[in-house]
Design a protein around this ligand. Structure first.
Ligand code: MG
Length: 206
């Protein structure tokens, strides 16, 4: 199923906020990636070559199971179909310029193939989605290694917050933010990405 939208969350892990030299926000930072950015993560991932650095951000992806708006935190889990692994690929130089000019991040976050995702596992087969290890290795060097326990805004709160503004529909994806360790990718890089109980992926950058 092709999602109607992919909702990205920025600045949702304290140590990533530190490395970006950003400041924590009182409310979640929301952006959108078009569904044309989706890419099967098991297939080689093409990245843009002429627009500056492309950074990896490993993230827990939430797949929405039914439509809703203004969803209360207490029933938010009823709207989750399952979980997957996503890379929120980011044109970091372009994003930096947009940030300093106060302009949108649409190109930096939404270019073709900027949202590689794994297949999804059913919600009920995950014991505790608030305690999953996320790990990203590039060319045998560990870049990112953290836990969803370190998220600032947890998944039910994100569903409540997002659904105040955007009606969520079946198949929509929420990518819930990345922990520290983001960095550049280059053609030929070998990627190992895993989230415990969800996915263990080997892929490459082309
Ligand atoms: Mg991200």
């Amino acid at each position: 199923m092709i999602p109607s939208k992919i909702i990205g969350i920025g600045l949702n892990y304290v140590k990533h906020i530190d490395e970006m030299k950003s400041i924590p926000q009182k409310e979640p930072v929301i952006f959108l990636k078009p569904n044309s950015s989706l890419h099967d993560i098991t297939q080689p991932i093409p990245i843009p070559k002429n627009y500056g650095s492309v950074h990896h951000e490993i993230e827990l992806a939430v797949c929405i199971g039914k439509a809703g708006s203004n969803i209360p935190v207490e029933s938010a889990e009823d709207y989750i179909a399952g979980f997957g692994l996503a890379l929120d690929l980011t044109l970091r130089d372009i994003q930096g310029k947009a940030k300093s000019a106060g302009l949108p991040w649409a190109i930096a976050k939404g270019f073709d193939h900027s949202c590689p995702v794994s297949s999804f596992v059913q919600k009920d087969s995950i014991k505790d989605y608030n305690n999953l290890n996320l790990k990203l290795i590039v060319n045998s060097n560990e870049r990112q290694n953290s836990s969803t326990a370190n998220m600032i805004f947890k998944v039910p709160f994100l569903i409540r917050y997002i659904s105040q503004f955007f009606t969520l529909t079946e198949g929509d994806l929420i990518i819930t933010g990345t922990p520290e360790g983001v960095g550049p990718l280059n053609e030929g890089d070998q990627i190992e990405a895993s989230i415990s109980d969800i996915a263990e992926i080997k892929t490459k950058i082309i």
